[in-house]
Design a protein around this ligand. Structure first.
Ligand SMILES: Cc1cc2nc3c(=O)[nH]c(=O)nc-3n(C[C@H](O)[C@H](O)[C@H](O)COP(=O)(O)OP(=O)(O)OC[C@H]3O[C@@H](n4cnc5c(N)ncnc54)[C@H](O)[C@@H]3O)c2cc1C
Length: 508
């Protein structure tokens, strides 16, 4: 049987980083397994899907590069599609390229749950490690030497709706902030969104970390390799079984297995391996080995569009995802929502403010349905099932019903198209996902029954098995999740190596 020092499952935002960093040690053999296709010549050929094309954002919908997951229907029958990249680079190669850190209080809360080493002072060195901030360069809060270029679009490239949006938010008392990645920029601010789209190419792991890793002889990447399960010998991980493009089953052994298949695919992979709640595994015909709450506690940022009619604000001259605002303090002493504008349809004369909840209190699940790895898991975010989530939407709606009466929108004749409807009806009928699922294999001390992995990312009670991806979030961060997933990859590699970057004590 083939033997590697480390096998990593999933080449996305976290897995691509772990694999690349671990392969920097030439004495370590690293195998990266990815269910989706590879693009080995990407550096010369720049395949179309990595190019955002300025305005388009279509690749998430290509079935060949997506897992085609759906949320269970809401009680009113409304269905929500859950996009996930299935290719080398994973969701980092199909996402919207908003490149933001969470708020300092998010990571401090993680540490408060018992996750030593994950407070803001601990993670900031890794946010610096990953970035090359082309606007702010190198200063105590930015870095100009990391692999991920980050910048903000110039105001002269904003669509008209962005100018109106920023002006109205400032009129409503929010502070204009040029750098939304500053630690104190999380509450009551509006400004240009940092992004990691460089020369129109998504700076996902395929074109950054993995591009570098391919040059190393100790790094092996196998695409079109669907990992069925982790091989357990008692409570020790010994390797994985995967199905290759020919449909053949292969087993490889490794000293360390790192599962980085993402918040929807890591739980069923562990569950197929016998790790999960016993009754859920037996119901799917799987013999339980280790009792852990795998797949429980799934979270997301639910969103919904506040649509206005204003033909002059419907013009699209720039790119997507240019500006964003973070609301004032609300429930739980945190900003409850954030919003970004998009021109919708020039012919219909519509634009939208997309309202995202920063924290969804409703907890959902990912549950394996079969021992067959080609069968999709059941996924239910339980969107809209908790009163306080709906209240947060209502608060955002109040804010924007007021905002469009302000001169910045009023001078364009902006008119809300859903003015006759109750916010919660609008939400329950049209709710979508911001594509930020997390928390389905939570990190925390073994004494916390809701957790699956330790603060060192080791699966509780199993030797030689780590999880490193969006599933380990102990709860959601208030902002978009991709940069945090890169950071999880960096920290996972350091944990496997037995090293950590020094905390930054005065990190605010
Ligand atoms: C359409 C879309 C838009 C988004 N926009 C943004 C944004 O603008 N900004 C932002 O910050 N975040 C955004 N996100 C979220 C962000 O991209 C994710 O949080 C992040 O990519 C998750 O990283 P991950 O490593 O957990 O999973 P992924 O990046 O999804 O990686 C998981 C990888 O594992 C592979 N895999 C899964 N199962 C198996 C298996 N059994 N065998 C082998 N391989 C397997 C998958 O194919 C995939 O490549 C977006 C996400 C999507 C889908």
């Amino acid at each position: 049987m083939e033997q590697f020092d480390v096998v990593i499952v999933g080449s996305g935002s976290s897995g691509g980083v772990v694999a690349s960093r671990l392969s920097e040690n030439p004495d370590r053999s690293v195998l990266l397994l990815e269910a989706g296709p590879d693009f080995p010549d990407e550096e010369e050929l720049e395949p179309l899907f990595v190019v955002s094309g300025g305005q388009a954002w279509f690749p998430a919908g290509i079935p060949e590069m997506d897992w085609n997951y759906w949320n269970e229907p809401l009680s009113n029958g409304h269905r929500v599609r859950l996009a996930r990249g299935r290719l080398v680079g994973g969701s980092s190669m199909v996402n919207g390229c908003v490149a933001v850190r969470g708020a300092p209080f998010d990571y401090d809360r993680w540490a408060d749950y018992g996750n030593t080493g994950w407070a803001w002072r601990d993670v900031l060195p890794y946010f610096l490690e990953i970035e090359n901030d082309l606007d702010f360069g190198s200063d105590p809060l930015h870095n100009d030497a990391g692999p991920i270029p980050i910048r903000r679009f110039w105001e002269r490239h904003w669509d008209p709706v962005h100018h109106a949006f920023v002006e109205a938010c400032v009129d409503m008392g929010l502070a204009y902030e040029r750098d939304l990645n500053k630690p104190d920029a999380s509450v009551g601010t509006v400004g240009p969104w940092p992004h990691n789209r460089h020369r129109e190419i998504r700076m996902g792991t395929l074109v950054t970390y993995i591009r570098e890793a391919r040059k190393r002889p100790n790094f092996t990447l196998r695409a079109d390799a669907l990992v069925d399960r982790v091989v357990l010998d008692g409570t020790a991980a010994k390797g994985v079984v995967y199905i290759d493009a020919n449909g053949d089953r292969n087993e490889v052994s490794a000293d360390l297995v790192v599962v980085a298949a993402g918040a929807y695919s890591t739980p069923p992979l562990l569950q197929r391996s016998g790790i999960g709640r016993p009754h859920e595994l037996r119901a799917a015909g799987i013999e339980p080995q280790v009792d852990l709450p795998v797949g429980h506690g799934l979270l997301d940022h639910a969103n919904c569009a506040f649509v206005v009619h204003a033909p002059t604000l419907a013009e699209r001259v720039g790119r997507l995802f240019l500006t964003s605002c973070r609301g004032p303090i609300g429930l739980l002493g945190e900003p409850e929502w954030q919003t970004f504008p998009v021109p919708l349809d020039e012919q219909d004369g519509t634009a939208a403010l997309i309202v995202c909840l920063n924290r969804q209190e409703a907890e959902g699940y990912v549950r394996v349905q079969s021992a067959d790895p080609t069968v999709a898991p059941r996924i239910d975010h339980r969107y809209g099932s908790v009163e306080r989530d709906l209240e947060r939407f209502e608060h955002a709606w109040e804010f924007f019903r007021e905002a469009i009466t302000r001169p910045a929108f009023a001078k364009h004749g902006a008119r809300e198209l859903t003015a006759d409807e109750q916010p919660r009806d609008i939400v329950l009928n049209r709710l979508q996902t911001a594509q930020h699922p997390v928390g389905s294999c939570r990190m925390g001390p073994a004494s916390d029954e809701r957790t699956v992995v330790s603060p060192e990312l080791r699966v509780h009670g199993v030797d030689g098995l780590m999880v490193a991806d969006s599933s380990i979030f102990p709860d959601n961060v208030m902002n978009n999740t991709n940069l945090t997933c890169y950071v999880i990859g960096e920290i996972a590699a350091d944990l496997a190596e037995g090293s950590r970057l020094a905390p930054i004590e005065d990190a605010r």
